[in-house]
Design a protein around this ligand. Structure first.
Ligand code: OKP
Ligand code: ZN
Length: 345
């Protein structure tokens, strides 16, 4: 299996994030991707290649152009506003909600609030370049699936599934899975399914395609009544307009283990199989692991073998896109376990 990877991911290296009323150590850190790429290499899963450059127009096929412009110009604006160039974790802290106006301000704090939805997603000098490389890894992955008619692994970092049409959050800036799905459509697929198995609901991916029929979004995740992102990912969100019926959320209780997880996965896979989709994008989060530091499901390493095997039963051109997973001591083995099951190793 081909893996796409860009070392530019490491240009985004947050040290801290806002949580529990204080700054705590960041968990979405460069070693995540390094551990997985090393494992792919050591296990000889196949070639590891860099992505092609990605066009601005590709980004704006799923994101608002002014939002993408904001991300691109952020660090320059930070410096121009006279702020500390040594700071590398910048956070928004005021948002245009609850009747406040969604205005694009001159002040950078206003701009950051306009284009974000949480305070847990640090931005620094290299964030844009890293996010761009991650999107390119996803896009090139989809192009290679079309070209080679083989499954491909896009080893994306930073992750993407929380990134909204016009807002960053949840460690995500550009929606890699959405860009991949759109790439399949542009290459001729009439319908694409996205299966999101990250522990957290993919609110960004859902939002991007909520009013569309051509992309079916299916997500298995911790119940947002009890878990981030709280304000989206509930079972009654079914899609809207012509997209009604093209969105399926399968929230599960905190503490869920494989016995219950596999039932939800079977339902999700049946839905994918019956959807008429001509390609599949898997948003693969490894944070459903029992030892994940910020998550509360109970899958073990062997369960990832079973998950990989179950997902492989879908007979469609498939791109696997990396999302979350923060247990650095187990990321390599969990990724390899998934691919062992997926590739029938
Ligand atoms: C990104 B992905 C924990 C706060 C949680 C957001 C989690 C984003 C997860 N102290 N903050 O879906 O893995
Ligand atoms: Zn997650």
């Amino acid at each position: 299996m081909l893996t796409l990877f860009s070392s530019d991911h490491a240009l985004h290296h947050p040290r801290t994030e806002m949580a529990d009323g204080k700054l705590v150590s960041a968990v979405e850190i460069p070693s995540r991707a390094e551990l997985i790429v090393d494992a792919v290499e050591t296990a000889r899963l196949g070639p590891i290649e860099p992505p092609q450059t990605i066009e601005f127009d590709t980004l704006t096929s799923v994101h608002d152009a002014r939002y993408v412009e904001f991300l691109k110009e952020f660090w320059r604006a930070w410096l121009d506003s006279g702020r500390d160039p040594k700071v590398h974790d910048a956070f928004p802290f005021v948002w245009p909600m609850h009747g406040l106006r969604r205005i694009t301000t001159r002040h950078l704090d206003g701009l950051m609030g306009r284009y974000s939805f949480d305070a847990g997603t640090p931005m620094g000098p290299g964030t844009w370049k890293a996010a761009l490389s991650s999107a390119a890894v996803a896009r090139t992955g989809a192009l290679r699936v079309v070209e080679d008619q083989q499954p491909v692994f896009s080893l994306c970092r930073p992750p993407g599934h929380h990134a909204m049409p016009d807002a960053f959050g949840g460690y995500c800036f550009l929606n890699n899975a959405a860009i991949a799905a759109q790439t399949f459509l542009d290459a001729g697929s009439s319908r694409v399914a996205i299966l999101d198995v990250d522990y957290h609901h993919g609110n960004g991916t859902q939002s991007i395609f909520y009013n569309r029929r051509d992309v079916l979004f299916i997500s298995i995740h911790a119940d947002p009544m009890d878990e981030y992102p709280y304000f989206l990912g509930h079972a009654d969100e079914l899609g809207a307009g012509v997209g009604e019926g093209a969105n399926l959320n399968l929230p599960l209780p905190l503490g869920t283990g494989w016995e219950d997880y596999k039932e939800a996965l079977a339902l999700a896979l049946r839905t994918v199989n019956q959807s008429g989709a001509e390609a599949l994008v898997v948003s693969l989060g490894l944070d459903t692991y029992e030892g994940d530091p910020i998550s509360q499901f109970r899958l073990n390493t062997l369960d990832f073998v079973k998950m990989g095997a179950a997902i492989r039963s879908v007979d469609k051109p498939t791109l696997i896109v990396l999302e979350g997973g923060y247990a650095t001591d187990a990321l390599a083995s969990n990724a390899l376990a998934f691919f062992e099951g997926y590739l029938g190793g």
